[in-house]
Design a protein around this ligand. Sequence first.
Ligand code: SF4
Ligand code: SF4
Length: 203
Amino acid sequence: MDAKTCLQKLQYVGVLAFATVDERGGPQIRSISAIHYEPEALYFFTAKGKEFCRQLLSDGRVQILGYTKYKEMIRLSAKAKPAAGQTTWIETIFAEQPYLSNVYPEDTGKLAGIVFEISDGEIEYFHLGVNPIFRENYTIGAGQISKKGYQITDACISCGICMESCPQRCITSGTPCQIQQEHCLHCGNCHMVCPIQAVEKRG
Ligand code: SF4
Ligand code: SF4
């Protein structure tokens, strides 16, 4: 798996959830399919008058989520910015998504619309359809990976209690014991059961 493949999978999903933050700090989410994909970037269309556009212009942070029929969750966290060459991108997206010409006939789409670009971001890939589960993070452009989940510190006394409570059996014995991060659910069981608090949150 890699960032390009994740973007291809999002393209196959087609309709994605886009979450932003409004002016009161509240979550706002909507479905978007007016998207054009490049190997390591995506471009999406919305209308300048929508709250979505205002939130993107004032804050820019966006999370995009897709879920495949194979139980793969793909989440892209990024900042969106207005794309250079608006007319070209609007024409590209309208050519790829013919329904848009019904929603915005003639040149009304060029008047109402704006295309945002996402070329820097972090992708989280989380596959629940395999055993053990699999997760990995990737970046596009200047995106950075944020650490999540749990890790075991040197305080570990190797008692094995966390290994028994781990639903994915992804803790290997040792001094200290180690969490196989690519198979970890982030469920927190190990953190809750450790008798000496040797399991800490990452990040
Ligand atoms: S967070 Fe859950 S899945 Fe991950 S190592 Fe701990 S118990 Fe296992
Ligand atoms: S429960 Fe705590 S001390 Fe015991 S093996 Fe796990 S991390 Fe180490």
